[in-house]
Write a protein that binds this ligand. Structure first.
Ligand code: HEC
Length: 146
């Protein structure tokens, strides 16, 4: 728990430091999303014992990161290229669609925190709903690497 709190505050510091670079900032948020989700994946699969406090802390981190996705600030015109971004040009061709995907992700991560899963079954349901956003948005709005 303390480790997580520290990681979150360090992340907050890191994001403010890269504010001027929207590509780096959105990638940092995504990396943190990946880390938070991964930390509870084994629990959701029943491979690790359920720990309500740990799960809730990870979901809160995920939600805090998700709420930081400000489309206008992080995906401004002109940030399609430059850096090693894998953001798809489709984002800028379909801003309303992308915004909708971001809004759904935010709503689902907030709902997962509100649900505060009390057992592995409840976690599994929330985990499924949240992680579906990752795949479907990447499918539509992220270029495959390589
Ligand atoms: C609304 C759309 C959307 C959602 C939802 C989303 N992503 Fe992403 N993700 C992106 C885009 C766009 C990029 C490419 C960013 C770039 O390279 O500029 C990306 C990149 C990434 C990366 C690579 C970051 C890097 O360093 O290059 C990871 C890891 C990632 N996402 C994990 C996740 C996980 C885990 C979730 C779900 C918890 C998630 N994403 C949800 C749009 C989304």
């Amino acid at each position: 728990m303390r480790k997580l709190v520290l990681a979150v505050s360090m992340l907050a510091f890191a994001s403010s430091a890269v504010m001027a670079d929207p590509i780096a900032q959105r990638q940092a948020i995504m990396k943190a999303n990946g880390k938070a989700l991964k930390s509870i994946a084994a629990i959701a699969k029943g491979e690790k014992p359920f720990d309500a406090e740990f799960v809730l802390a990870a979901l809160k981190t995920l939600n805090e990161e998700a709420q930081q996705i400000d489309v206008a600030a992080l995906f401004p015109q002109g940030s399609e290229t430059g850096g090693d971004t894998t953001a798809s040009p489709k984002i800028w061709k379909d801003m309303p669609g992308f915004q909708k995907a971001v809004d759904k992700f935010k709503a689902d991560t907030a709902a997962a925190v509100a649900a505060a899963p009390a057992d592995v079954g409840a976690l599994k349901a929330e985990f499924g709903k949240v992680s579906q956003n990752c795949g479907s948005c990447h499918e539509s709005f992220r270029l495959k690497k390589g």
